[in-house]
Ligand binder design. Structure first.
Ligand code: ADP
Ligand code: MG
Length: 341
């Protein structure tokens, strides 16, 4: 199957809290395509978190254990292109028949359907045909179905029929495991402290994590040098600079205010209402930990306050993180959103 890439398997998809539900649902579907209530199975999450890997693994597993099943993997983009081509060539029937003959369709990145009404219509019919005949539909998307903008309601409602499971940013332990697995499969070995350093510092997504390691190796080969921690640090500095976008205070403010549903202007105002103070303090804390802005400038930005107010805010937030589980979850949630941007 040219569309399936055999490099993606369950075996090399590291399990962690970040992907446990999605992974086990995927595994269940792979064992019984069309025969579980997970139909469609929708895997969603940010860039580079393993969506393609996981759904490819499902496809490969089905081909391995049920070789007679017809499995097609197609990116939404490619599907849209094929549809346009079939319109041009007058081969719509062939196009539809091809997909309707499948036992399993895996469509990657369905958020790319946005705005493409005709293609959505065609997919709607293909989806219905397959689903009614007990065939398996597997989808990925960068957002949960409820947040997918630009998709027709009737298609979205079908996307919600089965199970939606998300992939989150892996925690440190999982990042380490992913790096180790990758080194092992590539037959390379980096010092433990280097692996740890990479896993600690690249915490946006798995693609960047692997990218950092590949870049370290490439540079060491070119320079004919062994990679020690010092070298890794200096190499990684460039990588992080090149890859991660600057987070602005405006953006932090917007995100925090959206999260707590408070108006942006209120955060900069003098009000001491509890929820506003909380939003303001968390914004200051995030500005301190995620930007290179001075305490003075942070204070000035959030309503002309002085640097000691910022210090107090950060201290308050840190204390609450230590003592209040719910508060900690809020902050982590916002931090996650911040990093996904
Ligand atoms: P997405 O489709 O969500 O953008 P990909 O599936 O392309 O992300 O994953 C990016 C890279 O990270 C791939 O090389 C993939 O193999 C790797 N990867 C992601 N998650 C894991 C995981 N849990 N275990 C091992 N490798 C992973
Ligand atoms: Mg992908």
């Amino acid at each position: 199957d040219p569309q399936l890439n055999s490099n993606y398997s369950f075996e090399n998809f590291i399990e962690g809290d970040c992907n446990r539900l999605a992974r086990s649902a995927g595994y269940a579907v792979a064992g019984k395509p069309g025969g579980t209530s997970f139909n469609p199975l929708m895997i969603y999450g940010g860039v580079g978190l393993g969506k393609t890997h996981l759904v490819q693994a499902i496809g490969n597993e089905i081909k391995r254990s049920l070789p007679d099943k017809l499995v097609i993997y197609v990116s939404c983009e490619k599907f849209c292109q094929q549809f346009v081509d079939s319109l041009k060539n007058n081969t719509i029937n062939d196009f539809v028949n091809f997909y309707q003959a499948m036992d399993v369709i895996i469509m990657d990145d369905v958020h790319n359907f946005a705005g493409k009404e005709k293609t959505q219509d065609i997919f709607f019919h293909i989806f219905n045909h397959l689903h009614q005949s007990g065939k398996q539909v597997i989808l990925t998307s960068d957002k949960p179905p409820k947040d997918l903008a630009g998709l027709e309601e009737r298609l979205l409602s079908r996307f919600k029929w089965g199970l939606s499971a998300d992939l989150q940013i892996p925690d440190l332990e999982t990042r380490m495991a992913i790096l180790k697995k990758k080194m092992y499969s590539d037959g390379i070995d980096l010092p433990g402290e280097v692996v740890e350093y990479v896993a600690h510092n690249i915490d946006n997504n798995v693609r960047e994590l692997e990218g950092a390691m590949v870049s370290l190796l490439a540079q060491s080969t070119l320079n004919r040098k062994e990679i020690d921690l010092g070298l890794a640090k200096s190499m990684l500095k460039n990588f992080i600079k090149n890859s991660s976008k600057e987070i602005s205070m405006e953006y932090i403010q917007k995100l925090v205010c959206e999260y707590f549903e408070v108006p942006v202007e209120m955060v900069k105002s003098k009000t001491r209402k509890r929820e506003i103070v909380q939003a303001r303090q968390i914004s200051m804390y995030l500005a301190k930990s995620h930007t290179k802005t001075s305490l003075k400038s942070i204070g000035a930005f959030f309503g002309g306050r002085d640097h000691s107010t910022v210090i107090y805010a950060c201290q308050t937030v840190e204390d609450l993180i230590d003592t209040d589980k719910k508060f900690k979850a809020y902050v982590q949630d916002i931090q996650k959103k911040l990093k996904m941007s």
